[in-house]
Design a protein around this ligand. Structure first.
Ligand SMILES: N[C@@H](CCC(=O)N[C@@H](CS)C(=O)NCC(=O)O)C(=O)O
Length: 147
């Protein structure tokens, strides 16, 4: 049965919740990057460090770049999740599977960040990335099969 993009639709309502959770998580990465920059005095542009005691302008600091890569990885995976998720909801998926997919995706992205920033040895991060990617592929296949 087809679903609709209404909060009264339980599948869309679940999607909206988990999509918002992962979007907020992704937005937090900007704040984390700023925090690492300020604590280390590392800036991407000369004008950014004007108020810092000992500013250093570089785009190769390992800790700053790690947070930035983590943010970039979120963008590569969470943007497709949000776009595919809308199409997936409209394709009328099985509610149990749909909610499970949204939950597993959100958990995998939160754990991916923890693995990246801690850092926890591989293949933990690769596994979390793979789980999230697999959910996106599953939703894409469901959408194509609904045509
Ligand atoms: N753009 C990614 C594509 C592959 C990917 O996302 N791999 C996962 C698991 S190893 C990852 O966390 N990559 C680290 C990253 O994107 O910085 C990369 O360059 O690694």
């Amino acid at each position: 049965m087809a679903s609709s993009l209404s909060f009264e639709d339980p599948i869309f309502s679940s999607f909206a919740f988990y999509a918002t959770v992962v979007i907020l998580k992704m937005m937090v990465m900007s704040l984390l990057t700023a925090r690492v920059r300020l604590s280390k005095g590392i800036f991407a542009n000369a004008e950014d460090g004007k108020l810092h005691k000992e500013p250093k302008v570089t785009t190769t600091h390992p800790e700053v770049e790690r947070v930035r890569r983590c943010h970039q990885n979120d963008i590569e995976n969470i943007v497709p999740f949000v776009l595919l998720g809308i199409l997936y909801v409209l394709s009328g998926p099985d509610p149990w599977w749909a909610v499970l997919r949204f939950r597993v995706f959100a958990a995998s992205r939160i754990l991916h960040t923890i693995c990246y920033l801690t850092p926890i040895p591989q293949p933990s991060r690769a596994l979390m990335f793979g789980i999230g990617l697999s959910i996106n592929v599953q939703m894409a296949v469901s959408v194509l099969r609904a045509m």
